[in-house]
Design a protein. Structure first.
Length: 248
């Protein structure tokens, strides 16, 4: 399983935990509001908004909630002061960490980020300190249950403009440039496929391998960051051993 697949699996697990605790809709709403504010309310032209709406639908957010969040973002309803802020830093063992937050109080959130990093043997850095270690990419996940065979999937994806394709045990990961994500997704759908997800992410240019004990230590920071209500996305560059994935 690729590094991105492992982190996607963990992210889905965390989202399910958030759903049980009633925290998920708040995070999904914030993502829609900020995406609509920054790129407009037309999801066909705004990739970030399309991704945020799809995530909300995946977790059964009511249609009226989604529409209300979009209107807040475009200013039709007003009353929102959220902004998107990116924090970069290092966790234990020097692993790179990028945190994307949606906040209505930048000073409060910055203080909380510094506290969390420090508590788990890490530290915040300046903008760009670890960003150079990641590439911004579109990633489409396609289950292996498609009626189309593997060779045809590979050909169709490349014809659509995909940069790379990784064949996993139970799905395909199709990589694109961010601006090509929706085009490739639509092309796959037009050719009889049903993508499970399509999103723009930060992918490490290389992964750092740690021992199991040190990996568990580094994961404590990730878990603590995820618990912070303003945090939307977390990206890091350490690899999780296959044997450890089974225990998480």
């Amino acid at each position: 399983m690729s590094g991105h697949s492992k982190w996607s699996t963990i992210k889905r697990k965390k989202s399910k935990e958030d759903a049980k605790r009633g925290k998920l809709f708040s995070k999904l709403t914030k993502a829609i509001i900020v995406a609509a504010r920054e790129g407009g309310g037309d999801s066909e032209k705004n990739i970030d908004l399309a991704n945020a709406i799809q995530k909300a639908k995946d977790f059964n957010m009511p249609k009226e909630n989604i529409e209300r969040a979009i209107k807040k973002g475009t200013g039709e309803l007003g009353g929102h002061t959220l902004e998107k802020v990116i924090y970069e830093g290092y966790g234990s063992e020097g692993v790179a960490v990028i945190v994307e937050v949606m906040t209505d109080n930048r000073k409060r959130t910055a203080a909380e980020m510094r506290h969390i990093f420090s508590r788990y043997n890490g530290h915040l850095g300046s903008t760009g300190c670890v960003g150079w270690m990641f590439d911004r990419k579109g990633v489409i996940s396609l289950k292996d249950g498609s009626a189309v065979d593997e060779d045809e999937i590979l050909l169709i994806a490349m014809d659509a403009g995909a940069d790379d394709i990784i064949v996993e045990e139970d799905h395909y990961e199709i990589y694109t440039e961010p601006t090509m994500l929706m085009k490739v997704k639509d092309f796959l759908i037009e050719n009889g496929m049903s993508p499970d997800s399509a999103e723009i992410v930060l992918l490490p240019k290389s992964y750092k391998t740690l021992s199991e004990d040190k990996t568990l230590g580094a994961l404590k920071l990730i878990d603590a960051l995820h618990e912070q209500d303003d945090v939307q996305e977390i990206y890091t560059n350490f690899e999780i051993p296959d044997e450890l994935m089974e225990k998480l």
